[in-house]
Design a protein around this ligand. Sequence first.
Ligand SMILES: NC(=O)c1ccc[n+]([C@@H]2O[C@H](COP(=O)([O-])OP(=O)(O)OC[C@H]3O[C@@H](n4cnc5c(N)ncnc54)[C@H](O)[C@@H]3O)[C@@H](O)[C@H]2O)c1
Length: 356
Amino acid sequence: MKIAIIGYGGMGNNHKKYIIQRLNDSDYPEKLEIAGVYDIDPARKAFAAELGLKNFDSADEIWKDDSIKIVLIATPNDLHLPYVLKAAECGKNIIVEKPAALSSEETEKMYEAAAKAGVVFSPHQNRRWDDDYLTVRNIYEKQTVGKVYRIESRVMGSNGIPGAWRRVERQGGGMMLDWGVHLIDQMLQFVHSPVKSVYCDYSYIAGEEVDDGFDLEVKFEDGLIYRIVVDTNTFIELPRWQVYGMDGTATITNWRRDNVEGKVVRCIQRVDDKLEGVNAGNGFTKTMAARRSETVEEFPPEIVRGDKNAFYRNFMDAVIKGVPTIVRKEEVLRVFKIMELAKKSARENRVITEKV
Ligand SMILES: NC(=O)c1ccc[n+]([C@@H]2O[C@H](COP(=O)([O-])OP(=O)(O)OC[C@H]3O[C@@H](n4cnc5c(N)ncnc54)[C@H](O)[C@@H]3O)[C@@H](O)[C@H]2O)c1
């Protein structure tokens, strides 16, 4: 089956690798042939040519080629909508990069167009198969640290906003659309209680017109508080995840592929008669004194490995056999809803109470 890639930048090129590694080199019976790519940047065209890929001279060539069954859109975010609508009109099955669009309204339009054309449409929410996230999800679901009451999910770097279009609002720049869409999606995948309220603060440390980070706090009806922090100006990172349970705490320090690390500390003796206080700063405290090791047990988390091939296999199954896509419309729209409430909260500087 043939696929064309529109937008052959960083992610377009990653998809080429993913198609080979995660589908063609796997035991999946159907393979994908990359028919070619379309990009407007001569440097990216030259790069594609160096890799032996065909460069289409225009997107029209793709639309008119009936042998191309799938189109993958990896352009700047504001171009997702026009390309998706056109691809649907031309009967192509569509993978669109995240964020699917710039708003829930645009996303609805995409799904409507795909449904009308009878084609498969899926945003690429690949971070559902990240090992660090699945490991945290497992801790939450198995109650490894007891009932979880607070989760902190952080991604931190010091390189500012990368590239050109990610700095431009009308092109769908900013870290909420870039990273929020992944991290909120992860959250909603495993927390099944309805959202009760949202509070968010955007940061503009580098003075860009879009957010270079944000601090989002989502409260759920079952009492869970879930905080998501994205920061592009941090030179000493905090752990990727911190999970607070009634009986312990878990930390996942990094999110390296195939090398996630962390630890779990679980309480085995709540009251410690032998606890001694410590001098801390200009005072003394027993409340915040470190526990004696006899009262806790410490062990590495059970690392859960994500199936990196799952997205492509499911998309192919959806095209060939008509199975539902893993990334579902309701899920994508719910993520947008949270991002929109976050934006409203940041703009109005208040907690937005709304059931989502
Ligand atoms: N899922 C992920 O993990 C992940 C990671 C990175 C980026 N992305 C997404 O992938 C998309 C692309 O991001 P990127 O980092 O590759 O950006 P990029 O700037 O590296 O690539 C975008 C490419 O689109 C091309 N382009 C611009 N206008 C075009 C047009 N009219 N027609 C065709 N091509 C055009 C540019 O020349 C560029 O080569 C974005 O939606 C981004 O959010 C997803």
